[in-house]
Design a binder for this molecule. Sequence first.
Ligand code: NAP
Ligand code: GDD
Length: 335
Amino acid sequence: MKALITGITGQDGSYLAEHLLSLGYEVHGLVRRIALEDPERRFTRISHLLDRIQLHAASLESYPSIFAVVSRHEFDECYHLAAQSFVAESFADGFSTMNTNINGTHYMLAALRELRPQCRFYFAGSSEMFGLVQETPQRETTPFHPRSPYGISKVAGFDLTRNYREAYGMFAASGILFNHEGPRRGFEFVTRKITSTVARIKAGQANELQLGNLEARRDWGHSKDYVRAMYLMLQQETPDDFVVASGDSHTVREFCELAFAEVGLDYRDYVRIDERFYRPAEVEALIGDSTKARTVLGWQPTYTFSEIVREMVQNDLKMILGQNQPLSEAVSEAR
Ligand code: NAP
Ligand code: GDD
């Protein structure tokens, strides 16, 4: 089996590549040309896989570049994960988020339809599509009410995917994934911002953590668990959409409390509220009902919330003490 992963350099892409390789897949990745020119910085999450995967340069903003990659290989499955995935950045630059996320998805679907319509397609939908939630917990039938340019772009990608399925009979499925984390999470997301700063505080390299809304509530799972669900969605007889969630929800404050406690500190001594990290429109509370994924796909998560927090803090401590990565630089760049 030959799979193409867009966004293979990201958190999920790297775990998915590992999962598919373990199942005997030939794994291909679509990456930006600039990434190929700067592999040390850009391939940190997949450096250990480089001799087992094939990378192809293409731009999500360019249909011809995607068409060229799809025309050269007979892919059986395509996991479309590439996106501008940071919600705060989508408020700062809604235009490029829309362009990359909506057109990128449309280009992938159109190229596959033209060249390889039998290739199965996975779209990385998001719980951000629920936004101002219309019911709790959220499930496949809950109406969408996105609250950011990112959320709007994901609703458009979801609709495009469903339309290619209905109009052209393609096997196109969407996962509606709730937040998922892990040691490879980007430093700009709140969980990694917290765990990396906890490690720096513990190592004497920082003395405070600036955050925005501590009361926001998320349903946090582990990326390793969630990429298994992506794979399972493409192994079904018919294409469909699935919510993937832990069903357990916690506030940002609770995440802080646990992360600081992991190194014997009290978060109240270090966390400062900074208005800059508030969003123009917030998604206050997410919690998913993944009954359909659990019954139809036979999927279930293996990590608990506290295990995720512990793994992330311990990983960041190890990194900072072993100086495996310039953690301080990465953190200061993060929003
Ligand atoms: P991530 O770590 O931010 O990775 C994003 C990937 O997209 C990276 O490989 C990045 O490449 C690539 N990308 C971004 N802009 C691109 C462009 N213009 N052209 C080509 N590639 C581009 O995200 P993730 O957490 O793995 O999430 C994977 C997907 O799932 C995303 O679509 C995200 O929106 C969605 N999702 C994530 C979550 C979550 O909680 N993690 C939940 C629901 C849905 P570079 O390395 O070159 O930047
Ligand atoms: N990033 C960040 N930084 N978030 C903060 C901060 C801060 O300093 N302070 C509070 N928060 C709050 C945000 O306001 C939000 O309510 C919550 O922490 C989580 O923010 P993020 O970790 O940035 O994730 P997200 O929920 O906005 O988006 C992630 O999950 C989506 C699925 O629901 C991303 O991975 C998206 O790509 C994904 O679709």
